[in-house]
Design a protein around this ligand. Structure first.
Ligand SMILES: [Zn+2]
Ligand SMILES: [Zn+2]
Length: 190
């Protein structure tokens, strides 16, 4: 798995894909790669989310070493007050992805893609707004509103159907959650 992840993380940001936020998708791949070949020295303090992700994705030996290091100070600190090493690393990666996307969007044909097809999640769209010129800010806002209108229509149908016991909604609630708050664990604080 680590090898497959390594291959994926090397790819540039893919803005042509549909059905998911390109920043989320790219960050997820980079994160899986990094944790899949985790260096225990760079992960001393972890938040709840990253502790579980290390348990799931890191090599067993590396995960054991990271957890041994955390066990040395079980009561010394509260992860709510200390920064998580992996959150800090992900914050840097997020900045890089924003720069990459801003650069791509500055090319003449890409605002049209953004307007018609982009599925940027709300948190990443909001962060992008401060990084692009005014014309692109308007295009990002329209893209976000387009997705909101589409989700609103589908969720309204689901809400109505659910009252009569019909609750089939392939992927809709997950898609709505991703749009609203980004993929799980991919909103990082500096
Ligand atoms: Zn996103
Ligand atoms: Zn974290």
């Amino acid at each position: 798995m680590a090898q497959e992840n390594r291959a994926r993380s090397g790819k540039p940001l893919d803005i042509s894909q549909k059905g998911a936020c390109p920043i989320c998708t790219s960050l997820k791949a980079v994160q899986s790669d990094y944790i899949g070949s985790l260096d225990r020295r760079v992960a001393q303090r972890l938040c709840n989310f990253h502790t579980w992700l290390v348990a799931k994705l890191a090599d067993a030996g590396a995960a054991a070493d990271v957890f041994l290091s955390m066990l040395e100070r079980p009561l010394e600190e509260d992860s709510g007050h200390k920064k998580c090493d992996l959150c800090a690393w992900m914050h840097q990666q997020e900045q890089r992805k924003f720069e990459e996307l801003a650069q791509k969007l500055s090319q003449p044909t890409h605002p049209e893609w953004l307007r018609q097809h982009a599925e940027l999640c709300v948190p990443h769209a909001r962060k992008m707004l401060g990084r692009v010129p005014k014309e692109l800010q308007a295009v990002i806002t329209l893209a976000v509103q387009r997705q909101a209108a589409e989700l609103k229509g589908r969720l309204t149908t689901l809400s109505r159907d659910a009252r009569t016991g019909k609750t089939i909604h392939p992927g809709l609630l997950g898609r709505a959650a991703e749009y609203l708050v980004a993929m799980r664990g991919l909103v990082v604080k500096p």
